[in-house]
Design a protein around this ligand. Sequence first.
Ligand code: HMG
Ligand code: MG
Length: 317
Amino acid sequence: MPDRVRIYEVGPRDGLQNEAQPIPLETKVGFIERLVDAGLREIEATSFVSPKAIPQLADADALLPRLPRHPGVTYPVLVPNERGMARAEAAGANALAVFTAATDAFTERNIGMTVDQSLAAFEPVLRRAAELGWWRRGYVSTAFGCPYTGAVDPHRAVGVATRLLELGLDEVCFGDTIGVGVPGQVRAMVDAATGAGIELNQVAFHFHDTRGTALANVVAGLEAGVRTFDSSTGGTGGCPYAPGAAGNLATEDLVYLLDASGFEHGVSLETVLEAARFIAAALGKPLGSKVGQAGGWDAATGAAIGRATFPVASAKR
Ligand code: HMG
Ligand code: MG
């Protein structure tokens, strides 16, 4: 039986949250429709946070009801507190992610709470979500390094993950918020997690590609047995409270790697490239991803796949 990987798309949330120019609601809906067409089934759509903290996602209440209802597609949303939970419930959410970090310095800047305070704030949120039967994820940001305090011991990140899981989560996601991690750290994180009794099917990784290590980190995660990875179509992304945080690993780069390595995932590279081009055009930016520039590659013919224009003349030279 082919090995299956879950691709958890964060483009509409992490990808767009850091964009300075206002993005119309219609553009966000159009982007998400294309992601669904590409076969993505878990799409983190928006955040029910303070509009002062993240103005770009202030339209969350209007966006969620506009998304295509499709069997098997869920739209997890970020929720930091009970206020956010009430908004998410009213907007018709059925899956959420709470978010804390391995370090107090980052959490305080991101959500105005220490890690301990954040876990206390999540307790009623997660209790309510459990009553409603929602899928629940918890992020541990700065798991591979903090922009304010430096190196992070994997056992520290796993300690926070364990406390999150005790609050009743389906999954914990370790975030390399500022893209400083390398494969040895991924292996150490998996060892620390399994050593603490966390099941691998409860673990996801969220790599920012700030320093070009995201795909190498995915390979390390795959080799260690993890099968859920976050990515952002078009490679957009970053956190306004993490200086230097750049784009997430691009979904098209992840899909290419998984296809060529024989993993099943259900996502069409060509259609995801269309979605990537759509959002890049809307943002007025060139595509940051490698596969976005080169296209995929058809091993039967040698031709590029899904590339906007293929320079035939120069290829003949
Ligand atoms: P605060 O200012 O400490 O809290 O914000 P507050 O309770 O004093 O509220 C301040 C104001 O916000 C009040 O309004 C509240 O009503 C309002 P005012 O009286 O000033 O008019 N407010 C809200 N409004 C709407 N929805 C809410 C809400 N809560 C309070 N839910 C708070 C604390 C958590 C709200 C704020 O800091 C916040 O929203 N932070 C969000 C930051 C964020 O979204 N960061 C990016 C996501 S994390 C990330 O990107 C990392 C990740 O990708 C993984 C990785 O890469 O590692 C997940
Ligand atoms: Mg992130």
